[in-house]
Design a protein around this ligand. Structure first.
Ligand SMILES: NC(=O)c1ccc[n+]([C@@H]2O[C@H](COP(=O)([O-])OP(=O)(O)OC[C@H]3O[C@@H](n4cnc5c(N)ncnc54)[C@H](OP(=O)(O)O)[C@@H]3O)[C@@H](O)[C@H]2O)c1
Length: 206
């Protein structure tokens, strides 16, 4: 697949490496411009290149949002995301590191409002980037792999993201709809930031 990533830091950069190693073509982007991504691109190698955020959206069949949630007003125009599978890996932290109080709403619902025609899947937001970097296992039973949670309303988009998760050596675990699953995946929830196998994750969700 062609995967466009917005945000090339801990989470975006780690995903770029994992997706490229799994054989996908990846475009990474940040706020400062493609030139500032030369060392990341060189360290990953072959099938990754740097783009502007607009270029990454255009390039991707799948787009990953891996930038600070508090800056979503700076995302490229909504039309570019229409019909595409968009993975929201973001969490709603303030610049000082506090969880932003959204009341009854979830951060992904706010993202969905900004790109109503995107096929949004909330995933990768509960896993610490170091666990993502080091926890990949391509051998052995799926239930013994590290879980990556995903929430979405679109079954086809969910299947696309679940397959990507499997290809990079983790196990997809569904938490429910964007609203209800998104709530389960919120910062400070029982799933958040706790490494666990798929088996342990399913026990916890039951
Ligand atoms: N760190 C984790 O373990 C972890 C785990 C799961 C989810 N997350 C979530 O993932 C997101 C990124 O976290 P991180 O730890 O990877 O942060 P990070 O290391 O600080 O990286 C943030 C990236 O976003 C880019 N960015 C900022 N504003 C942008 C904009 N307007 N347009 C395009 N790119 C922009 C930055 O580019 P510049 O440097 O050029 O500004 C940088 O590449 C957050 O929402 C966080 O909650 C983090």
């Amino acid at each position: 697949m062609q995967i466009g990533i917005i945000g090339a830091g801990h989470i975006g950069g780690t995903l770029a490496r994992l997706f490229a190693n799994a054989g996908h073509d990846v475009a990474v982007s940040n706020s400062r411009g493609p030139d500032t991504l030369a060392s990341l691109v060189a360290s990953i190698g072959g099938n990754v290149h740097a783009e502007t955020p607009e270029g990454a959206v255009k390039f991707g069949d799948v787009i990953v949002l891996g930038m600070p949630w508090r800056r979503i007003d700076e995302l490229p125009p909504a039309e570019g995301f229409a019909g595409k599978v968009v993975i929201d890996a973001m969490n709603p932290y303030s610049a000082t590191g506090h969880v932003i109080d959204l009341g009854d709403r979830t951060s992904s619902e706010e993202v969905a409002k900004r790109m109503p025609k995107a096929r949004l899947v909330k995933a990768f937001n509960t896993i610490y980037w170091k666990t993502l970097e080091t926890g990949s296992r391509l051998q052995g039973p799926m239930e013994d792999r590290q879980a990556i949670f995903l929430a979405a309303d679109d079954p086809e988009a969910t299947a696309v993201v679940a397959k990507l998760i499997e290809q990079i050596g983790f196990a997809p675990v569904h938490t429910g709809s964007l609203r209800e699953g998104g709530r389960r995946q919120r910062p400070n929830s029982s799933l958040y930031g706790r490494p666990m196998t798929a088996r342990q994750a399913r026990d916890l969700l039951r």
